[in-house]
Design a protein around this ligand. Structure first.
Ligand code: PSV
Ligand code: MN
Ligand code: MN
Length: 427
């Protein structure tokens, strides 16, 4: 299934007068603050957030999975779904694949299908947290950190195979997230496990093409509950800096202990030029993978404040990070969920773009926390939804993607096409 430009146009015609009114009003408000709305709009239009292939099906918990119906059954259908998101919001122009779930059988067909929908291939992800059928060595006790060199060899080879598929598709980066860890004190030698992981990552790093980046993702716990080999940004940063200049830390918002100051981590990594990738989601307790902005939109805004500061600073050593949503859960239609996530990200980004940075620096230099808060919240409390809608309109997408999705009855169509009992592979 595909959403056509005619369909978008018909949907937009319904809301265009109302949109014009609210956007014109907002433009005036911003003008009074000396903000050029078109400059912000252009940045939003250029900002593309990759969609992970595993977020397109209903996620499960370790207790149950309630299939949603009409879920993608193949890589082609996953690409179709991301194509629809991109048609609706103009901001989801890339897909991130997970190997072996998404091994392309016909690379050329997959590439041209994605290109026809305006999609690029973002980072490829390896999977050494699950055993596959006919696999020689189990990952039950780890992969790159395993005590058995044959299991490590297998995990290294798998990552090299992922690079191979990524190269064929035109990806430029590899994301490594390792479940590796232990659940009981004494079970694993921390030092040896980290050393083995580093040695294995070195080999994978050397197996990447010259123009590729490696993103090392960290996570404090789960699936193991006593220790995780790459548990925090410090460990990831240590590995990335020793691996080389094309290795970076990847921050997943859900991979922190409660109340961690993630915005400070972002600032520190950017100062070092080592923030490579970003996984967006929201959470209350742990790695909950809920819709971005559903719980802590202000935290997201504060994170974007640091991201924008790092990105807009011409002397910053940090490359533009790779953006991806990493959310997946049990209750919502995954496509609606992703539309909401992308919008929340764009809003937080736009809000951070309108912060008066000169005044904020003045408030900091004069040690005036009350004034600093006023400046931040002035930006945060400005309703920029019409500006995001205008960016979509200018990009040929829907003024109201969520509304358009519902009124086009996309899910019903997908169920008709694909059936009610579909099983997408995924976390
Ligand atoms: C597991 O926590 C996880 O959500 C990581 O965040 C990875 O990025 C993702 O799975 C895919 O492997
Ligand atoms: Mn992640
Ligand atoms: Mn996660």
């Amino acid at each position: 299934m595909r959403i056509t430009t005619d369909q978008i146009q018909t949907q937009n015609d319904k809301t265009l007068p109302q949109h014009r009114e609210s956007f014109d009003h907002l433009r005036l408000i911003l003008e009074r603050k000396n903000i050029d709305s078109q400059q912000v709009i252009d940045k939003i239009k250029n900002f593309q957030v990759a969609i992970p292939s595993w977020a397109l099906g209903t996620g499960g918990t370790r207790f149950a999975r309630f299939a949603g119906g009409g879920e993608p059954r193949s890589l082609k259908e996953k690409i179709d779904d991301v194509g629809m998101l991109h048609a609706l919001n103009g901001g989801s122009g890339a897909i991130s694949l997970h190997i072996p779930w998404d091994i392309p059988s016909d690379v050329d067909a997959v590439k041209s299908h994605a290109a026809a929908l305006g999609l690029a291939f973002d980072a490829v992800n390896s999977n050494t947290f699950q055993d596959q059928e006919n696999q020689g060595h189990s990952y039950k006790f780890g992969s790159l950190c395993h005590t058995d060199s044959r299991a490590r060899r297998q995990a290294i080879d798998h990552n090299l195979e992922v690079i191979h598929y990524g190269k064929e598709l035109g990806s430029k980066s590899l994301t490594v997230w390792l479940a590796d860890g232990s659940s009981f004190p004494g079970q694993m030698n921390f030092r040896k496990a980290l050393q083995r992981t580093f040695d294995a990552l070195k080999e994978i790093y050397q197996g990447m093409p010259e123009d590729w980046k490696m993103f090392v993702e960290y996570k404090p716990y789960e699936p193991y509950f006593y220790h995780t080999v790459i548990q925090d940004w410090g460990t990831s940063h240590l590995l990335a800096s020793q691996l080389g200049e094309r290795a970076f830390t990847l921050v997943d918002l859900g991979h922190h202990l409660p109340n961690t100051n993630i915005e400070q981590i972002v600032a520190t990594l950017m100062m070092q030029g080592k923030l490579g990738g970003f996984h967006f989601n929201d959470s209350k307790y742990g790695d909950d993978d809920l819709t971005v902005g559903a719980l802590k939109p202000y935290q997201l805004f504060l994170i974007f404040n640091e991201l924008v500061e790092g990105m807009e600073d011409p002397s910053s050593p940090n490359p533009t990070p790779a953006w991806m949503i990493d959310a997946s859960h049990n209750l919502k239609d995954p496509l609606e969920d992703l539309l909401q996530s992308v919008e929340a990200i764009q809003l937080a980004y736009a809000q951070a773009l309108i912060i008066d940075r000169i005044k904020l620096e003045e408030a900091r230099e004069t040690n005036d926390p009350a004034w600093a808060q006023e400046i931040l919240q002035e930006a945060y409390r400005t309703d920029l939804r019409p500006l995001i809608a205008e960016a979509r309109l200018q990009a040929g997408a829907a003024i109201k993607p969520f509304g358009a999705y519902r009124s086009l009855k996309v899910r019903d169509q997908l169920i008709k096409e694909r059936g009610l009992k579909t099983m997408a592979t995924g976390l």
